[in-house]
Design a binder for this molecule. Structure first.
Ligand code: KIV
Length: 257
């Protein structure tokens, strides 16, 4: 059975770390599912799957398509889906309509929102409607044009206070989990200690309640350079190239079939 929000929250209480990865397709989901507690259909599919520079062009239809493929491969982990840029920031009715479609059409169990103080009421309304929210703070890739690139957040004391208070507000307004991206380790540790709900970090140090990476980055499918916090557990890009090159040679020399 898939892990519920309550199962993930109990992991924090029991000091069990949450293992999280992304997936955009059925095969990947079915391979990683039994090792993961949490699988995210991230809007990073814009970069990884669509080859774009940012996540900004990803649509609700895109995440529903990828989400419903992934969903068929997930029977153990919790399945969460990113709400794309401008599918929830514009208004609470838009957020409810789009999150409702995502949950209904994919059978995912929660949605993830890159939050600001403006979207705090949206977390509450989604919760009231029966949709658990994963709140993403720190480096929010949908704010690429505000940052002028993908830049670590929380360098200044005032920014650290902003991220800390925002995380607390998200919890108080019903967020189920917080994703902490690209913030200093000590800030992530402080937020993790201050909150009852679990934190899942990416580029936020060791002290979070769990870790998430983009699967294609940690498997070495996406080309280097990767962000500095990524560890390559495999070099699948290299392995695929080697295999395809061997296939090419064998076809050209009539060695295959
Ligand atoms: O879009 C994504 O894949 C994400 C995770 C890396 C946290 O937001």
């Amino acid at each position: 059975m898939r892990k519920s929000i309550q199962d993930l929250q109990a992991m924090k209480t029991n000091n069990e770390l949450i293992v999280a990865l992304t997936a955009y397709d059925y095969q990947t989901a079915s391979i990683i599912d039994s090792y993961c507690d949490f699988i995210l259909v991230g809007d990073s599919l814009g970069n990884v799957f669509q080859g774009e520079d940012t996540t900004l062009g990803v649509s609700v239809d895109n995440v529903i398509y990828h989400g419903s493929c992934v969903s068929k491969g997930v029977s153990n982990a919790h399945l969460s889906i990113d709400m794309p840029f401008m599918s929830y920031q514009s208004s609470i009715p838009d957020a409810l309509r789009n999150a409702g479609r995502i949950i209904k059409e994919t059978k995912a169990q929660s949605v993830k929102l890159e939050i600001s103080f403006d979207t705090i009421p949206t977390i509450q309304k989604l919760g009231n409607a029966g949709i658990p929210v994963v709140a993403h703070v720190g480096l929010c890739p949908q704010s690429y044009n505000i940052y002028g690139g993908y830049k670590k957040q929380g360098k200044k004391k005032t920014d650290q206070e902003y991220i800390f208070t925002l995380s607390k507000e998200a919890e108080q307004n019903g967020a189920s989990i917080i994703v902490l991206e690209g913030i200093p380790d000590n800030l992530a540790s402080k937020i993790t200690k201050a909150l009852k709900i679990p934190t899942i970090g990416i580029g936020a140090g060791k002290k979070c309640d769990g870790q998430i990476l983009v699967t294609e980055d940690m498997l070495g499918i996406t080309p280097s350079p990767h962000p500095s916090f990524v560890k390559n557990y495999s070099n699948l890009r290299g392995n695929i190239k080697k295999s395809v090159s061997q296939y090419k040679n064998e076809v050209k020399k009539r060695k295959f079939p």
